[in-house]
Design a protein around this ligand. Structure first.
Ligand SMILES: O=P(O)(O)OC[C@H]1O[C@](O)(CO)[C@@H](O)[C@@H]1O
Length: 479
């Protein structure tokens, strides 16, 4: 029997939809984008398409092959999960950025919203999941109040192996494990996900004898969700990782069409690129489902770190990018929509809707005598949230705020794989249109290097001297 994601009919029924009517001048008016503008961009679009194809063929975009080349890794991961899941009640990810946001987003999307509060039996026999992606001392110390080290498996995820936030957490935990369980036993409590050759963590894992998984060399942090970075934590929570990859492969096929207007990733990139040219430098992602809330966090890193770049155009420095804002429907209708509606027209709002929620919730037919409440009775929360989404889209259209809608037929592994991959390809394409390198992050380095210098890391004397010479703060400006 074939699995559901292998069946063409089922795949088609789970196809994501991108509706960009409300981006177009014909709908949203002068703030929108016209078909002529897109036509005028044709040469640039073709150049970007060519660059994407060439980079893919020449190994400059290894993340694009992940939907196809992870089969053996999936087997290894699933076998490892089966071999350890009974021994552990808790699985803790130590990672940051791309090594944390994907695992959180996928887990939150697929599993029960109160997964960690369920009994192990109700979790299907899988451990609880915690993702430690910060160095706030209170947070890590508090974790030790609720976990039992004897029953916890730690997954250290870092491509570079030099990320201070991740490695310092690992150092703390390694010492705690060894003190409590002894060196030999503690080895079973650590699994590493890192580069095959480079960085600090690979030699540590080999020397200590930790189980480890590989992040392929050509895949950067924010594009690594479909490697063991995301696949291991997902499988550890009982999520079907084969189906996630199948969803990504399905989206890859959709993104191969030469017909730009039918290509969801190209259209997403083109519309946002043209929006940026008009000064729309804010990208609001607003899912109408709590399950998809953390997709917003993952998208924020992807879009911001990839596209927020500066370059020199011979005359002056140009700064580009869109600031990602995370919102949640319907919750943020009562906090941010006032601004989206009447504030500056400097945004593209991306609604992410769901056709079929995992459950239906009826609203009882009471208070029929109070007209402003009675109309709710006999309806469902499903209809209410969908209606509120459509109504907000309409309100923003009316106010001239450009918006588009991505709809998932339902939230499952296959549709999740599609949306993750869609955003990744769109990001790569937008990078080409902007003519920037979407795959580096030089702007993060200055802060890192200043931290190293202030913290006394050897080799940072010059940076330390530079910092020592920075202008002293003026008390006049400190209250
Ligand atoms: O996986 P690593 O090397 O620990 O990096 C973590 C994160 O740090 C960055 O390099 C910079 O923020 C991200 O791109 C990356 O996801």
């Amino acid at each position: 029997m074939s699995k559901r994601f292998e069946q063409k009919d089922w795949q088609e029924s789970m196809r994501l939809k991108l509706d960009f009517n409300n981006m177009m001048t014909s709908y949203v008016g002068e703030n929108g984008i016209s078909e002529e503008e897109i036509a005028d961009l044709q040469a640039q679009i073709e150049k970007a398409e060519k660059a994407m194809v060439e980079k893919r063929a020449n190994g400059g975009m290894d993340w694009r092959d992940l939907p196809y080349n992870q089969a053996d890794i999936v087997k290894d991961i699933n076998a490892y999960v089966e071999s350890v899941k009974d021994d552990f009640d808790t699985f803790v990810v130590l990672g940051i950025g791309g090594s944390a946001l994907g695992p959180i987003a996928v887990q939150q999307a697929i599993n029960h919203p109160y997964y960690n509060e369920l009994s192990k039996e109700k979790r299907g026999g899988y451990p609880k999941l915690y993702v430690m992606d910060n160095i706030d001392p209170e947070k890590l110390v508090s974790l030790f109040d609720i976990i039992d080290l004897d029953k916890t498996l730690f997954n250290v995820i870092t491509k570079s192996g030099s990320t201070s936030e991740t490695m310092s957490q690992f150092m703390i935990i390694k010492e705690m494990l060894e003190e409590k369980l002894g060196k030999e036993e503690s080895k079973k409590h650590v699994v590493c996900t890192t580069d095959a050759k480079n960085g600090n963590l690979r030699p540590i894992a080999d020397k200590e004898g930790y189980k480890s998984f590989i992040i392929p060399a050509g895949v950067g942090g924010r594009f690594s969700e479909l490697t063991p970075v995301g696949l291991l934590p997902a499988a550890m929570c009982g999520i079907d990782i084969e189906e996630i990859l199948a969803g990504a492969a399905y989206m890859d096929e959709l993104c191969k069409t030469d017909n730009t207007f039918k290509n969801p990733a190209s259209m997403y990139a083109i519309l946002n690129y043209l929006a940026m040219r008009r000064g729309k430098n804010i990208s609001v992602i607003m899912p109408y489902a709590d399950t998809l809330k953390y997709i917003g966090d993952w998208y924020a890193q992807l879009w911001a770190e990839s596209l927020g770049k500066k370059f020199d155009n011979d005359k002056n420095v140009v700064n580009v990018g869109q600031t990602p804002v995370r919102a949640l429907g319907a919750t943020d209708q009562h906090s941010q929509v006032q601004l989206y509606s009447e504030g500056p027209k400097d945004k593209v709002i991306v609604f992410v809707g769901v056709d079929k929620y995992k459950t239906t919730l009826d609203i009882p037919k009471i208070y029929g005598d109070i007209p402003s409440l009675g109309f709710l009775g006999g309806e469902t929360h499903n209809k209410l949230i969908k209606t509120e989404q459509m109504a907000t889209e309409y309100a923003l259209l009316k106010s001239g705020q450009t918006n588009m809608t991505i709809t998932l037929p339902e939230v499952n592994e296959f549709t999740l794989g599609q949306i993750l991959y869609l955003f990744e390809v769109a990001t790569g394409f937008a990078g080409e249109l902007l003519d920037i390198n979407a795959f580096d992050q030089p702007g993060v380095e200055e802060g890192k290097n200043a931290t190293y210098a202030m913290f006394g890391r050897p080799g940072y004397d010059e940076k330390k001297a530079e910092l020592d010479n920075r202008p002293a703060k003026n008390d006049k400006f400190i209250i």
